[in-house]
Design a protein around this ligand. Structure first.
Ligand code: GTP
Ligand code: MG
Length: 725
């Protein structure tokens, strides 16, 4: 077995951007000799060829992957928006103008929506994740090693993206730090343990003997590297799976942050059963960019990479073909769910196309991967980011204009018809007790539906899902799915776990969807109460009061929203979302849960929006035990089935599902109550302000207010945003 092919010495040299002259100097031979070797590689001495390959590898490793600066344009525009925000008029009274955007929130949202995609390197420990990330960057910033090395999540960004208040290369952050807030000065300072150089990262971020005493508290690192690769993305280097539960938890936490996934697994033992289990869970959370763009190949943001690919080409082909076939069969349910989400089938050929090889030492072994990744980062992603920004800014301009126009009209009316305004306010106040009762009883009803859903989910697990953990059912699955005993031993357990979780997720998604009309109904009550009272139109003093926006804003601030995320996704997809997008954080919250404005909501996308779908990667060690379990004789299927059931029982699998679904509905209740509290508070604020407006505001104040609203309209209407193509 040769370790590399010499047939393309010239290409390898050109790919590494080395001239013939430089190669000649490096090898201590003449340039014409270099040229002769390139024309006749088969007659190149092995020693020369080895040195050649190594030098190409070393050089291109130092350079890192280059593909231009795809965000230069976007960065310029963001900077322009920053400058423009400096010219903003004084913000409107934020109690009165609840849904008006501010220049600050505008700039923050533009930054959030315009951020580069995050590329996560994940996989079991010691598979070459950090080394691959370093090679892409042309840097030695991330620690690598033969032992389990990486102990914390590193968010690696370009030095040009370093906030002015960070001076060091590395900040080490405590547990509880939110990676989504890596630009927030207060949050970062609150969680910082220590700052320093790449050595600090080595000291605190790896499993080494000299870890400082407080290293256990470390969770993540903010790392800044001057690398051309980081001009098109941020990089997440994760601890490996399978080493310690703590590493594992960190890695899992980071999954939901990834836009692009590089799944690494060494070519030797490529994509084993543990890998497949992790991929099961990963695929459920990975954004479906191709859903919005038919021209994008499916699964474009996933790379399955056979690292340390030293085997010869034919062997590698064989390894990858076998592994991809096995993975395709194993992941079929998840791939089908994804295919429903994107509205296109995912064929084996599509899936196979996402497999690549990687070897640091030989550029030809990583060329296809690097080209695909470079293309994704330089052309596909920037266009998507640009589109997202363009749509949002246009929406913002339109809705702000509409919002301000209604306000101005109302203010003028109120000014001219003081008496009628007074009368309307009295009507509104008289209607308050009735409104309270209505909202109160509807709230109670929704809370009891949530409680009933919680019991129904528990019951579903007990009555239906438990039947799937019986020897008969499992045996049937095994017989249907596996001919090969070894395959069955390795994969049946994890297939079953995933299969049952998928069923539970669909159940939850359906229940979540049923809540949507009830939430809309109660919010419609609020909306109506702002414009009419006791059946009569309020007319003059009614104001645009965006309940859905307020509610969404509260969810955005809550985090795990349980089934409320399904309502958010449905709202995002509906036509009325418009002015809700004005509220700080709403647009990026919706983008974060994969909900698209004006999109279609399928049960599939609801599952994706469930706000932390139930993806347990349980009992790995235990499932490994299954593979080692001796199975002789003809009825191995039935004995394996029994063993799997026993194992899942010992692992309290059903109890874990129950716990997760209980938490899901508890989160739902919590976020619903938060949303309601925010809505009620906003309504009361609004009422108080109306009172002030009608009773106490002088003509001069009123006129001043009108011109402030007009100034805001003109500021937002005049945003000098240049649309992309
Ligand atoms: N020569 C060579 N060594 C490699 C290659 N990929 C990985 N290695 C080595 O394999 C070891 C493990 O690589 P790491 O990058 O630390 O692996 P990891 O997946 O980040 O491991 P954890 O951080 O422990 O999860 C290191 O010593 C690497 O230098 C490769 O392509 N060529
Ligand atoms: Mg590592």
């Amino acid at each position: 077995m040769t370790t590399f092919q010499t047939t393309d010495l010239a290409k390898m040299r050109a790919d590494a951007k080395i001239s013939q002259e430089e190669m000649a100097t490096h090898l201590g031979i003449s340039q014409s000799q270099v040229s002769r070797y390139e024309q006749d590689p088969d007659n190149t001495p092995l020693g020369v060829a080895k040195a050649w390959v190594k030098y190409c590898g070393d050089i291109s490793t130092k350079q890192g992957l280059e593909y231009g600066a795809p965000y230069r344009d976007i960065a310029t525009q963001i900077k322009l928006m920053n400058d423009y925000a400096e010219t903003a008029p004084a913000p409107l009274d934020d109690a009165l103008f609840k849904c008006a955007p501010t220049a600050d929130s505008f700039v923050r949202e533009v930054r959030n929506l315009g951020r580069k995609p995050r590329v996560a390197a994940c996989g079991r420990f010691d598979q070459g994740k950090s080394r691959l990330a370093n090679t892409l960057m042309g840097s030695e910033a991330l620690p690598t090693g033969y032992q389990p090395a990486t102990a914390i999540i590193s968010l690696v960004r370009h030095v040009g993206d370093r906030p002015s208040w960070i001076r060091e290369e590395v900040w080490i952050m405590r547990k509880g730090f939110d990676l989504n807030q890596a630009n927030d000065e207060r949050h970062c300072n609150e969680y910082k343990i220590v700052a320093g150089s790449f050595d600090t990262l080595r000291k605190y971020g790896t499993h080494n003997d000299n870890r400082p005493a407080d290293a256990d508290q470390c969770f993540a690192a903010l790392v800044f590297v001057d690398s051309p690769f980081l001009l098109g993305c941020d990089l997440l280097d994760l601890p490996g799976y399978g080493h310690s539960p703590d590493d594992h938890t960190k890695a899992e936490l980071a999954h939901s942050l990834a836009d692009i996934l590089i799944y690494t697994s060494a070519a030797q033992g490529f994509m084993d059963q543990q890998d497949l289990q992790f991929v099961n869970a990963l695929l459920k959370q990975l954004p479906t960019h191709e859903a919005k763009d038919d021209t994008l190949p499916v699964l474009r943001n996933v790379f399955f990479v056979a690292t340390m690919a030293r085997q010869d080409h034919a062997d590698l082909e064989d390894i990858i073909t076998k592994a991809s076939l096995r993975a395709y069969t194993h992941l079929l349910e998840d791939l089908q769910a994804r295919s429903e989400l994107i509205g296109r089938p995912i064929s084996f050929t599509d899936f196979r196309a996402r497999f690549f090889t990687y070897l640091v030492d030989d550029p030809s072994r990583r060329k296809a991967f690097e080209e695909d990744l470079a293309d994704l980062l330089s052309t596909v992603c920037p266009v998507q980011v640009r589109g997202r920004l363009d749509r949002w800014v246009v929406e913002l301009k339109n809705s702000t204009k509409a919002y301000c126009d209604v306000w101005t009209a109302r203010l003028i009316e109120a000014l001219e018809n003081r008496d009628r305004a007074q009368g309307s306010l009295e009507m509104l106040e008289r209607a308050e007790p009735l409104r309270h009762r209505r909202v109160g009883s509807k709230t109670e009803r929704i809370l009891s539906t949530i409680a009933a859903n919680k019991s129904a989910s528990i019951e579903h697990i007990k009555a239906d899902l438990s039947k799937l953990v019986t020897p008969d059912y499992v045996e049937k699955c095994i017989r249907e799915r596996y001919e090969d005993k070894k395959d069955a031993q390795q994969l049946a357990g994890s297939y079953l776990i995933d299969h049952i979780q998928n069923k539970l997720n669909s159940f939850l998604a359906e229940r979540a969807q049923e809540l949507v009309p009830d939430i809309n109904d109660i919010l419609a009550d609020y909306q109506a109460a702002g414009t009419s009272a006791g059946g009569a139109e309020l007319g003059v003093i009614s104001v645009p009061f965006n309940m859905k926006g307020v509610f969404l804003g509260a969810l955005a601030a809550t985090g795990t929203a349980g089934a409320m995320a399904a309502w958010a996704a449905a709202t995002a997809a509906s036509a009325e979302v418009g002015s809700a997008m004005l509220l700080p954080g709403v647009a990026s919250y919706l983008a974060g849960i994969g909900a698209t404005a004006g999109g279609v909501v399928s049960t599939g996308s609801l599952i994706a929006a469930l706000g932390g779908p139930i993806t347990l990667v349980i009992g790995l060690g235990v499932l490994l035990g299954l593979a080692a379990y001796a199975l002789f004789g003809s009825s191995w299927q039935s004995r394996l089935a029994k063993k799997i059931c026993e194992t899942l029982k010992e692992q309290h699998f059903l109890e874990m599902l129950t716990k997760h679904s209980e938490k899901y509905w508890d989160d739902t209740r919590h976020s619903f109550q938060k949303g309601m509290a925010a809505t009620e508070a906003a309504f009361q604020d609004n009422l108080g302000n109306l009172r002030k407006l009608v009773n106490a505001t002088s003509r001069e104040e009123m006129t001043a207010m009108i011109s402030k609203v007009e100034a805001t309209r003109d500021f937002f209407g005049g945003i000098p945003w240049r649309l992309g193509n």
